[in-house]
Design a binder for this molecule. Structure first.
Ligand SMILES: Cc1cc2nc3c(=O)[nH]c(=O)nc-3n(C[C@H](O)[C@H](O)[C@H](O)COP(=O)(O)OP(=O)(O)OC[C@H]3O[C@@H](n4cnc5c(N)ncnc54)[C@H](O)[C@@H]3O)c2cc1C
Length: 497
């Protein structure tokens, strides 16, 4: 069985007139030549216009750029003007700035994600992963859960306009032991996994008689001083020291948190002065902030730093920035030396018709920069705004109108440093402590998509102000069959992480 979209598309066009049939057959022949023999979708070229065949806009990635662009397109497209298909391996968009709060337990994991099917109710949502794109043939190769289950490999989805927005992945370095022991912090699964892991370490430390095991369990190393690393560290430290009160044999000061940063500053997004304040705030909480220091190895669960320090630890969180998604290299589109799609200020892939990109995956010229040749930084502030301009330009291009250039001056940033603590530098205004934390929450509440999410997040914050924090680890959720395997006497005993 061929999965969803290709098959649906195929069936929808059965029995149409000869001209369309010819077009479809042509498309199939081209694909067969390449050895693609499963899950074909019909070509949707501009040579086959008509009300039954509106052009297809394929959006790869349903994150900030993909979801916001699709949202705008579904609102603005006239009936029959175009069909929008969104492909993402997950059925939701993740509001990444809320991941640190999700890790701390202040927001439930399901409230930091936005369901694509409900939000994009006029789009066709396909849960799958683009593995290759031939823009010359206007075809994307997609693996879905069904194709994996069926063992058929992939489906080939054709399109007329492509919006490529798969974002980025964690940038790693060849540090010995990192691949085995490192934990990333980019997805909701990683954030919740890390929360459970940290709480589990308190349980290990509390129940062991071995001082080495206890020390390693209570030592948490975070590598990377950007907003993802600092916010994750600050929120988790706050939560873990609070949780330690409920252990009869742990004291908050028994926990050792270390922040390792290769440059001489942290949180460059909030400027130098606020970055220095953040260091003072973290050090004041007994967090060991090590600047101009690198992680050299974490083999055998020992973090070795470039300043000679060695920390036996069961937790190394790696947040040293991002690199463009590897699927970009599996396309025939032009990339820059860092592997991002080369784009014009109008968010079109440079020199290519009908291909568009924005966000972390795209190198977009920053027209507001003082020096020429600068590109927009990979952050949500640009991604959301670019998505809106991109959608407007795709519509303009379909309608034969002129394109608009993307131009936005970075307005600064806000960062949470734990409950009631924060730092902000926005529109030239610098804030710290409670006002910055409040601003952080107010800003992100105004930004998180849909009224539904805003209401749910706000009610969670209100409730968490009234009641004590949740401090339970649900790590066993990662192994839901363990209990039944015991009952069925399979002899398999899943190992603790
Ligand atoms: C912890 C954390 C905190 C952050 N905080 C802030 C902040 O406070 N302020 C700020 O401005 N920025 C922040 N950012 C950065 C911001 O979230 C990103 O810059 C933004 O998400 C980029 O948007 P995007 O659409 O390019 O990528 P994403 O939002 O990452 O979306 C990419 C989408 O593509 C999908 N995808 C991946 N591969 C494929 C594939 N092969 N086929 C189909 N789909 C695919 C993914 O599942 C994902 O849904 C933070 C990031 C993190 C990790």
């Amino acid at each position: 069985m061929v999965s969803g979209p290709a098959r649906e598309g195929h069936e929808r066009h059965e029995g149409h007139d000869e001209r369309r049939k010819e077009g479809r057959d042509q498309g199939h022949d081209e694909q067969r030549d390449e050895g693609h023999d499963e899950g074909h979708d019909e070509r949707r070229g501009k040579d086959r216009p008509g009300p039954e065949h509106p052009p297809r806009i394929l959006i790869v990635g349903g994150g900030y750029v993909g979801m916001y662009a699709a949202l705008r397109l579904q609102r603005k497209l006239r009936r029959g003007e175009a069909q929008v298909m969104v492909v993402d391996p997950e059925p939701y968009m993740t509001y990444q700035p809320f991941l640190p709060e999700a890790a701390a337990g202040s927001i439930s994991p399901r409230h930091v994600v936005v369901p694509l099917r409900r939000t994009l109710d006029k789009c066709e949502v396909v849960i799958g992963e683009a593995v290759a794109i031939s823009h010359a043939k206007r075809t994307a190769t997609i693996k879905t859960l069904a194709t994996k289950e069926e063992g058929t490999g992939a489906v080939h989805i054709s399109y007329d306009e492509l919006i490529l927005a798969p974002g980025s992945i964690s940038r790693t370095l060849p540090v010995p032991g990192l691949a085995e022991y490192g934990i990333g912090f980019k997805t909701v699964e990683e954030a919740i996994g890390l929360r459970n892991h940290v709480l589990e370490q308190l349980d290990i430390a509390s129940s062991t008689r071995d001082p080495d095991v206890r020390d390693a369990a209570l030592t948490f190393v975070f590598v990377g001083g950007g907003y993802a690393g600092v916010e994750a560290l600050a929120e988790l430290e706050d939560m873990a020291r609070y949780a330690s009160r409920y252990y009869h044999n742990l004291q908050p000061d028994d926990l050792k948190f270390i922040l390792v940063e290769a440059s001489g500053r942290i949180l460059p997004e909030v400027g130098e002065e606020m970055g220095r304040y953040a260091i003072r705030e973290l050090r004041g909480r007994n967090i060991d902030v090590r600047l101009e220091t690198r992680l050299q190895s974490c083999e055998n669960r020992v973090a070795v730093l470039s300043d000679g320090a060695r920390f036996p630890t069961r937790t190394v969180v790696w947040t040293t920035g991002v690199k463009p998604h590897p699927v970009l290299a599996a396309t025939d589109l032009p990339l820059d030396q860092r592997g991002r799609l080369k784009c014009t200020a109008a968010l079109r892939v440079d020199g290519v018709e009908h291909a568009w990109a924005a966000g972390d995956a795209a190198a977009v010229p920053d027209l507001t920069a003082d020096e020429p040749g600068k590109e927009c930084a990979p952050n949500a502030q640009h991604a959301v705004r670019q998505a809106k301009v991109l959608a407007r330009n795709v519509l303009a291009s379909l309608r034969g109108d002129g394109l608009e250039d993307y131009k936005h001056k970075y307005v600064g940033s806000v960062a949470s440093l734990g409950f009631h603590k924060g730092v902000a530098h926005v529109y030239g205004k610098k804030l710290k402590g409670y006002p910055a934390w409040f601003m952080h929450r107010a800003y992100h509440l105004s930004r998180v998509p849909t009224f539904n999410r805003k209401a749910r997040v706000l009610s969670e914050w209100i409730l968490s102000g009234l009641f004590k924090r949740e401090i339970v680890s649900l790590g066993s959720l990662e192994n839901p069959r363990a209990e039944f395997e015991l009952a069925a006497d399979t002899g398999r005993h899943p190992e603790a992480s």
